[in-house]
Design a protein around this ligand. Structure first.
Ligand SMILES: [Zn+2]
Length: 181
């Protein structure tokens, strides 16, 4: 190879590296933009919950950024959610369905597949929801880091990451969250 050809190859390589970095930055920006959009919608949907202590919303999105399903925590459809005896702890844990499973059930109700989809959750799933996430074919979860000291959910939160990992669900932490860590 002549010196000129070698330097031409070097320039080409540099050019390709630059272009690749540019594409990676563009992809990173696009991912961040969609993450912010879907997470904002998940938070808004969480505000529809009638749960007096915490409203959680959830959005499930397909690979082309198409909305597949949504859910928030609450009693099953049609079930009386105004009886005081059901709203108090620990009864409310038995009567309430979580946002993640409600989003999955809402999709099931009308026959929408969730294979290969991602889930946005401004919270962290419990073991029951984690199993549902794996079984429905969701492959990525964008969520906030759990509080392992949470009195009710801490024990679940400690085991969920391992189950999601083994079940093939990638977890990405949503950083633009106001919770102090
Ligand atoms: Zn749950």
């Amino acid at each position: 190879m002549t010196g000129t050809a070698a330097s031409h190859c070097g320039e080409m390589h540099l050019e390709m590296t630059k272009r690749r970095q540019e594409i990676e930055r563009e992809v990173g920006r696009a991912v961040a933009k969609w993450d912010a959009r879907w997470m904002a919608i998940a938070k808004e949907i969480g505000s529809w919950s009638k749960d007096r202590s915490r409203g959680v919303g959830c959005v499930i999105v397909g690979p082309y950024n198409e909305l597949r399903s949504t859910g928030f925590n609450g009693f099953p459809r049609g079930v009386n959610d105004e009886l005081k005896s059901r709203l108090e702890r620990p009864a409310k844990y038995r009567w309430t369905e979580h946002a993640e499973r409600n989003a999955i059930y809402n999709a099931a109700r009308v026959g929408i597949p969730l294979e290969g989809c991602r889930m946005y959750l401004p919270w962290f799933p419990c073991m029951d929801c984690a199993r549902a996430i794996i079984q429905s074919g969701i492959c990525e979860l964008i969520c906030v880091k759990p509080d392992l000291a949470d009195a009710h959910w801490g024990a679940d939160f400690a085991e969920v990451p391992q189950m999601l990992h083994e079940g093939g669900v990638r977890v990405r932490w949503w950083k633009a969250h106001s919770r102090k860590e």
